[in-house]
Design a protein. Structure first.
Length: 127
């Protein structure tokens, strides 16, 4: 039996605001059925590819990275050509850069506006 991953959904307090951040960060268009309860980004109507969703959760508490008082549970990784330029761009869009950076020369941990940590990395050459 083959399983195909089709979507990743993040909990948050404001789905439309978080979808807008990731739209501006990735260029993926907002799904036409997005609303205040659930928003998403997709490659376009009927297009295949991974769907990135954002669902409203009452009492949402952002992860407390790197502490685990409120665990991150998952995080997204994005390949970028230039770590510094990508980091600066995302901070200008509303992300924050935590002071703890385990390997800043290899990847950067960034927090989206809802507090979800995600990583930026440069692609590694194929062996």
């Amino acid at each position: 039996m083959l399983m195909t991953l089709t979507a990743v959904t993040l909990d948050c307090a404001d789905p439309l605001a978080l979808a807008d951040f990731y739209h501006r960060a990735t260029g993926l268009p907002l799904h036409e059925r997005s609303d205040a309860e659930f928003a998403g980004l997709a490659r376009g109507p009927g297009a295949s590819g991974l769907f990135l969703g954002f669902q409203r959760v009452d009492g949402y508490r952002p992860p407390s990275w790197p502490a685990q008082d409120v665990p991150q549970q998952l995080h997204l990784d994005f390949d970028v050509d230039d770590l510094d330029a990508a980091t600066d761009r995302l901070v200008a869009l509303g992300a924050t850069l935590p002071s703890v950076q385990p390997h800043p020369e290899r990847w950067r941990v960034v927090l989206d506006p809802a507090g979800h940590p995600f990583c930026l990395t440069t692609p590694r050459p194929a062996p």
